[in-house]
Design a protein around this ligand. Structure first.
Ligand SMILES: Cc1cc2nc3c(=O)[nH]c(=O)nc-3n(C[C@H](O)[C@H](O)[C@H](O)COP(=O)(O)OP(=O)(O)OC[C@H]3O[C@@H](n4cnc5c(N)ncnc54)[C@H](O)[C@@H]3O)c2cc1C
Length: 754
């Protein structure tokens, strides 16, 4: 698996940006000769044809810069579509044409759709003539040669080469939106030479997909510029005596732009990685990218204009040019509807397994998602373990779980099985009892185990408290508390929220007063997930008497069986008991249970919340729910199947995107957002809600049937359908816990430069 930009790619991006934005290039649009002189035309051409033989991901890095500079050039139609076709054709004149294109001696463009009729004619040496109309051939205004597909009466689709000055070729230049140019071609018995006649439909499809993926990269560049320009404008434009960026509604718009841009970049990376893989994976990835990037492009273009006010609608500002380019992107290379329909058909027929699971294991040059040794062996080991150690009753129990985490007894059985294997603390280092896995191994394990239906084990001890103790705890605390977290003998809950302190956590008032070797704790915590199962609470308490609100807060480990603790169960709208209110009445806690120093609690809480927001691989769970929903949907009679599968596809595209965002964060990709944890939390929670809303659509009128038995797996003969309504209701919490949606948006906006 390789998802990181190479240092050469980063250098290429920097140098392209410098040149494209230099005074020399900015004054007049760079000519095709300039492109050749810079060596950019040789990038996509194989070394055997005199090119640089760059990988698809390197090419995408360069093309993104063209988009960032809103560069007026036919690079994508010429050097991706046409050069790609020529590169794939063996024999004939294709290779010499390609060499001429790489040197800048020819500007060759191709029409992606076959609209012309071809017929054999004895009067021409090559024996073929083309007739018909081929509108809007991109780059056609300046091309020296055209590659045009045409059907002959034998039903075979062939690719033809036609010279610009060929007799009978009518060419009308078209000025287009978004700094591109095209030509409408009218052909009346134009002499044409055959370039290829073997599997031309397949070849055209491949090149259309490849060009769509590269067009997505170009659009990502364009939207990056637009987002930067809008951030800058809202930082500097003062209204009502303060910069626009200081209004919360503008902050949240900024967060939406930044998130959309990150998502577009992530899903484009998938499409680029999929170009050289098998056709069905490629189709799925490219259509996902076109849908998602198109959606982001529309949002960014519209909202950037809006946030520039009247300036945004003038032709004097670059914002409008960039917005027009994004509009052009949206309608080219297959409409959003076509791509969503294509994706939906695949999602219905083949399902939407994890992107790495769905793709063939064949590494390509540049970025790719294939596993290589030793991760490949690890995957086999994981599959073998799941086959032998995951009992069917646990799979059923997880499937019938309506809450965020399954009941403690279900999670406990799986936790202990994992512990026996040494795999319970998947993100921990070996020295503390973890398996010491690499990021790739953690990702593989999350997807494989969840796809197999394994229960989700509570992350509070393993993913939140564990890392806190490793980082801030004393050696004695680590020795006492970490081993039983790994083994599953001791469960934890998180005691942050209080009735008076929700989003504003620093308003907390539960107090710990020093009394000899103990603290005496008084107050109450609320919304404590699994507080009724937990052995310990990781609590934020107030120890300081003065100073700022965040200064007097400390991080205390509290034994939940201590005298003075009472627990009030809270039942959710989904009918489940997962939450509690905890009351502390003079509860004595040994002072040795203070983590870090008194007053360090706020710093530790921020560290823990980052793990809570971005530490998990949420896409794996979403996919499992989608797989279950698909099964139910295929069994049932849906009221409007076409509309349902389109909505299903929309959510699946979001999950593909989330998975790529998670990978970028997990693998530490160059340029990943500084607010990655909040972006992941925001999108993962919204997607969870969208997935569960599909569950209601699948049920239709049957959604009003209510089953109150909990846990549902205790109900003899319970069916997956019966979990859907409660799951939908409980999922409303996803955009509230761990920091509400609005708080995440504020954090994303504030991580951007001001
Ligand atoms: C299922 C579930 C499990 C939970 N588990 C735990 C747990 O184990 N431990 C724990 O400590 N806590 C837990 N919580 C609590 C959770 O962290 C809080 O609910 C959350 O921080 C929001 O606080 P609040 O509910 O008091 O909402 P409030 O802070 O009152 O906010 C209400 C709404 O107002 C909006 N809002 C709030 N502040 C702002 C702002 N500054 N700008 C714009 N809009 C704003 C948001 O839409 C928010 O949803 C859980 C909550 C739920 C629902």
């Amino acid at each position: 698996m390789n998802f990181l930009a190479s240092s050469e790619d980063i250098l290429l991006a920097d140098s392209a940006q410098r040149w494209l934005r230099s005074d020399a290039f900015a004054a007049t649009a760079p000519s095709w000769r300039d492109f050749a002189a810079m060596g950019w035309l040789s990038l996509p051409v194989a070394e055997s044809a005199g090119g640089a033989g760059a990988s698809e991901s390197t090419l995408a890095v360069f093309i993104e810069q063209l988009g960032y500079a809103c560069c007026e050039s036919p690079y994508v139609p010429a050097m991706v579509m046409a050069a790609g076709l020529l590169g794939a054709i063996e024999g004939g004149s294709a290779q010499s044409l390609l060499a001429a294109a790489a040197a800048g001696d020819e500007l060759i463009v191709a029409a992606p759709e076959p609209l012309l009729q071809a017929s054999q004619s004895g009067s021409h040496p090559d024996g073929w003539v083309l007739s018909g109309e081929q509108p809007l051939v991109l780059g056609g205004d300046t091309a020296s040669l055209f590659i045009l597909p045409g059907y002959a009466s034998d039903g075979v689709l062939r690719l033809f080469a036609v010279r610009r000055d060929a007799p009978g070729l009518g060419l009308n230049k078209v000025r287009c939106l978004g700094a591109c140019h095209a030509a409408d071609l009218v052909l009346d018995g134009v002499q044409a030479s055959v370039l290829n006649e073997h599997d031309v439909p397949g070849l055209l499809q491949l090149m259309r997909d490849r060009t769509t993926a590269m067009a997505c990269a170009e659009a990502v560049g364009t939207m990056s510029f637009l987002v930067e320009a809008t951030l800058e404008y809202t930082n500097s434009r003062v209204q009502f005596k303060k910069p626009l960026a200081h209004f919360q509604v503008i902050e949240h718009y900024r967060a939406e732009l930044l998130t959309a841009c990150e998502e577009a970049r992530a899903i484009t990376q998938l499409a680029i990685a999929a170009i050289d893989t098998d056709p069905s994976f490629r189709r799925r990835a490219v259509s996902a990218a076109k849908v998602k990037v198109g959606e982001a492009a529309g949002l960014i273009a519209r909202q950037s204009i809006q946030m520039h006010g009247a300036m945004g609608v003038t032709d004097e500002l670059t914002v409008g040019w960039y917005a027009k380019r994004l509009l052009a992107f949206d309608v080219l290379w297959g409409s959003p509807e076509m791509h969503l329909n294509r994706y939906a058909a695949m999602a219905k027929d083949e399902g939407v397994a994890g992107t790495y699971l769905a793709q063939p294991q064949r590494p390509t040059a540049g970025i790719h998602l294939c596993l290589e040794a030793p991760n490949l062996e690890f995957r086999d080991e994981a599959l073998a373990f799941l086959k032998t150690s995951l009992p069917a009753h646990l799979v059923v129990a997880q499937q019938l779980t309506t809450t965020v985490y399954p009941e403690a007894d279900i999670a406990d059985q799986w936790h202990r099985a994992l512990y026996r294997q040494g795999w319970s603390a998947s993100n921990w280092p070996r020295e503390h009892g973890g398996p010491g896995w690499t990021a790739e191994q953690r990702y593989v394990w999350a997807h494989e185990s969840i796809a197999a239906g394994a229960p989700i084990i509570s992350p509070i001890g393993l993913q939140l408290v564990g890392p806190v103790l490793m980082h801030f705890g004393s050696p004695a605390q680590a020795a006492r508390y970490l081993p039983p977290i790994v083994s599953g003998e001791e469960l934890w809950c998180q005691g942050f929220s209080e009735p008076g302190a929700g989003s504003d956590l620093a308003a907390l008032s539960t107090r710990a007063t020093r009394d000899g070797g103990d603290y005496r704790v008084n107050g109450t915590k609320i919304w404590t997930t699994h507080g009724h199962f937990a052995h310990f609470m990781a609590a934020l308490v107030r120890t300081g008497a003065s100073g700022g609100r965040r200064e007097g807060i400390s991080f205390l480990l509290i034994d939940m069986h201590s005298p003075g603790i009472t627990i009030r169960p809270i039942v959710t709208i989904g009918g489940d008991h997962e939450l509690n209110q905890i009351f502390f009445d003079d509860v004595r806690v040994p002072a040795t249970n203070l983590v870090g120093d008194e007053g360090q609690g706020w710093e530790i809480a921020k560290f823990m919340l980052d793990y809570e927001r971005g530490g998990d691989i949420m896409s794996a769970g979403h996919r499992r729910l989608m797989a279950e929903l698909r099964e139910v949907a295929l069994r049932r009679e849906l009221s409007d199947p076409h509309a349902f599968w389109l909505d299903f596809a929309t959510v699946a595209v979001d999950i593909d995107t989330l998975e790529m965002l998670e990978l970028r964060t997990l693998l530490g990709c160059h340029g990943a957002s500084p607010a990655a944890a909040s972006i992941l939390k925001l999108r993962a929670s919204e997607i969870q809600q969208a997935v569960t809303a599909l569950g209601i659509r699948v049920l239709g009128r049957d959604a009003i049937r209510w089953e109150s038995r909990r846990p549902l797996y205790d109900l003899p003969g319970a069916r997956a359908e019966q979990a859907l309504v409660s799951r939908y209701l409980n999922s409303r919490a996803n955009t509230i816990f761990g920091g509400a949606r609005e708080i995440q948006k504020t954090l994303i906006a504030r991580a951007a430069p001001t």
